[in-house]
Write a protein that binds this ligand. Structure first.
Ligand SMILES: [Zn+2]
Length: 429
């Protein structure tokens, strides 16, 4: 046994401490809310998280337009008719129905889908949160209560090693889906998450969490930094906002200050738990050619299809051969087309503004299609081009006058990633 000092951001479950890595106390991050935990740790525990079969599952989802308690519970992985009935009937629990689309709800279930707890922030008037808790009591009955508590922003570091799927690795390291999705969005231009993941790939993430003093996590916030090792190649990025943590100008950059903001998503389908395993290789994915003027993404029916870039809906309806189709016009000369959809996002109509990443429809097999997939086209001045090779507008790198602040921030994030991975600190590249 070795007596080692661990540094964790905030008060985290001690069971997860091994995932934070071990390092000598670094004075330059002492301004962060840090809890020092002195604990005897045996060396084998210092390995990164291996996947273990969990006995409870935590899901975090956003409320969608038109959600019912049943549809929300279903997305949370809750297969518990009694819990759905309780939530619809209990005056306190019913407040869940007042949540607006986009708000976050998280829930824990056991392996049979029975609800263990559910929590949602009903309103946030910084620094206070009005929270709804639904909990299972010792006698097995459910109870709902509302609590007003002050919350704090804290920084969490996690590391994970992929054994079967990205989401299984994220679960084992207690990384919420919202963070995993941000990670996929950020790196999907460099890593094909459907086909390129390898057993033994690993990653470290640093992200924000809003938490109550009790340790209850209100929701996860911004992904702040990531290092992802895929097939031996390192990909890393960090979030930087010149106006500080409360600013609204943040974007992802490489550690050298190059902007990683993508004008167009490379993968305009949601990356889901279902589609995230290895070996989805027998799907017919056709590359771009003069006969096939788009790219196909094989994905399960019902998978969300996302607007590749900001724009305006130009068409949402049926087109011969293409089946249910959405066309979005973007700034400048670009438009994108999404075909074979099983259906459209609720209320989607011509003239509607969409933001990059918005769900516009769902993967299906309508029109001339042999199986569920998204057929995606990118048009320049009305003519299709290959989205995989098209030169698309790039965002600006860090301005010279902001470079000193950026470098200081990049240095700190590099140290945090190293801490998360339990590696020795090395100058970030
Ligand atoms: Zn196609």
């Amino acid at each position: 046994m070795h007596r080692i000092r661990l540094i964790v951001g905030g008060v985290a479950a001690l069971a997860a401490v091994a995932a934070f890595g071990v390092a000598p106390f670094a004075p330059d991050i002492a301004d962060q809310p840090v809890t020092r935990v002195t604990q005897a740790v045996s060396l084998p525990e210092l390995a990164v998280h291996e996947e273990a079969a969990p006995t409870s599952y935590i899901q975090e989802v956003r409320v969608a337009k038109g959600d019912t308690i049943a549809s929300l519970m279903e997305r949370l992985g809750v297969q518990d008719a009694a819990a759905v009935a309780f939530t619809g009937r209990d005056a306190v629990a019913r407040e869940l129905l007042k949540l607006r689309p986009g708000k976050t709800v998280s829930a824990s279930t056991d392996e049979d889908g029975e609800l263990l707890w559910l929590r949602a922030m009903l309103s946030a008037d910084e620094p206070n949160a009005r929270m709804l808790f639904i909990e299972r009591r010792d006698d097995g009955t459910l109870q709902a209560r509302q609590v007003v508590e002050a919350y704090e922003r804290r920084v969490v570091m996690r590391s994970a090693s992929i054994q079967s799927s990205l989401f299984a690795a994220a679960d084992a390291a207690q990384i919420p889906d919202a963070i995993t999705q941000q990670m996929v969005d950020l790196l999907s231009g460099d890593i094909d998450f459907y086909n390129d993941l390898r057993r033994g790939d690993s990653f470290e993430v640093v992200y924000e969490q809003l938490a109550l003093p009790s340790g209850e996590v209100v929701r996860s916030g911004q992904l702040l930094a990531i290092r992802f090792i895929n097939a031996g190649r390192k990909h890393q990025a960090l979030w930087f906002d010149a106006d500080g943590p409360a600013g609204h100008k943040g974007a992802f950059y490489a550690f050298d200050g190059r902007s990683l903001k993508k004008a167009f998503l490379k993968t305009p389908v949601e990356f889901t738990r279902i589609s995230s395993g290895f070996g989805n290789r027998n799907h017919p994915i056709f590359g771009y050619s003069h006969r096939h003027t788009g790219i196909d993404f094989a994905a399960p029916s019902g998978t969300g299809v996302r607007a590749a870039s900001d724009g305006t809906v130009e068409f949402a309806g049926w087109q011969r051969g293409y089946g249910n189709t959405v066309i979005i016009r973007h700034a400048g000369v670009h438009s994108t087309l999404y075909a074979h959809l099983s259906g459209f996002a609720r209320g989607l109509k011509k003239g509607q503004r969409v933001t990059q990443g918005d769900i516009i429809g769902f993967v299906g097999s309508t029109g001339n299609s042999t199986g569920p997939h998204l057929h995606y086209e990118l048009h320049v001045n009305g003519a299709p081009v290959n989205p995989q090779t098209a030169i698309l507008p790039d965002a600006q790198p860090i301005a010279a006058n902001l470079m000193p602040a950026f470098r200081a921030h990049a240095g700190e994030m590099g140290r945090r990633l190293a801490l998360a991975g339990g590696r020795e600190y090395a100058q970030a590249e």
